[in-house]
Ligand binder design. Structure first.
Ligand code: SAM
Length: 214
């Protein structure tokens, strides 16, 4: 199943100023927490694929931790933003790829990174199955998704307000996943979940590390 045009066009229209807008919506505190968690996942990793990299916010965060990073997205406007941001990194290549159906060979990558992707795609299990296909045996999937799940009510309303003010309408297939819901999706695609947790005091994010065991 290819990515729906509606899904990635929505993001293409929001590519300009994406990083600043994202930080305004979620707030800087959760981003710092995510940075610590993500950096710990990528100590000395050789070859990493990122799906749905957007404008490259998290690509830049982990770029110095990995040997080679292939950052991909289906929206050309996002790929252009990411290329501008990441041009100075010799180990990063940015390309257009559909996360449902990439052009990579089986068993290519040591890890696949997905930030804020699974909660906005229509069929996250298929995206995870594609990740499973391209990850080497014993490789990892590293997943982060900001979520309204368990957010204090007024904090959640504040985030919804900032979102609507900035990006005007919610994404076509957005959801607010719990760690359990995302872990179920990841397991359905054949992964073993090694860590699954909810980070953050006000804005929350689900963080999952999963392994391809066979
Ligand atoms: C919520 S944004 C997240 C961007 C970035 N990972 C971040 O956390 O800042 C979701 C991204 O997924 C991309 N996307 C949506 N459908 C896609 C598909 N089928 N294949 C690849 N990327 C897709 C969008 O273009 C968008 O850049």
């Amino acid at each position: 199943m290819p990515g729906s045009k509606e899904e990635y066009m929505y993001w293409g229209e929001r590519a300009h100023g994406h990083e600043n807008n994202y930080l305004y919506i979620v707030g800087p505190t959760i981003n710092q927490k995510l940075k610590s968690w993500l950096l710990a996942q990528f100590r000395d990793t050789y070859q990493v694929l990122e799906l749905g990299c957007g404008s490259g916010n998290y690509t830049r965060m982990v770029a110095n931790r990995v040997k080679q990073l292939t950052a991909t997205d289906l929206a050309p406007e996002m790929v252009e933003e990411a290329q501008n941001k990441l041009g100075g990194y010799g180990n990063v290549e940015v390309q257009i790829q559909d996360c449902y159906n990439t052009s990579f060979e089986d068993n290519t990558f040591d890890a696949v990174l997905m930030t804020n992707l699974l909660h906005i795609v229509k069929d996250p299990v298929t995206v995870m199955k594609e990740s499973h296909r391209v990850i080497k045996c014993d490789g990892r999937a590293v997943i982060v998704d900001v979520t309204g799940y368990k957010m204090p009510f007024f904090k959640k309303m504040g985030m919804v307000f900032r979102y609507m003010r900035t990006w005007h309408r919610p994404p076509p297939h957005g959801m607010n996943p719990s760690p359990g819901k995302l872990a179920t999706i990841v397991k359905k695609a054949g992964f073993t979940v090694e860590e699954s947790k909810l980070l953050g005091k006000d804005t929350k994010a689900v963080c999952i590390r999963a392994r391809k065991v066979k």
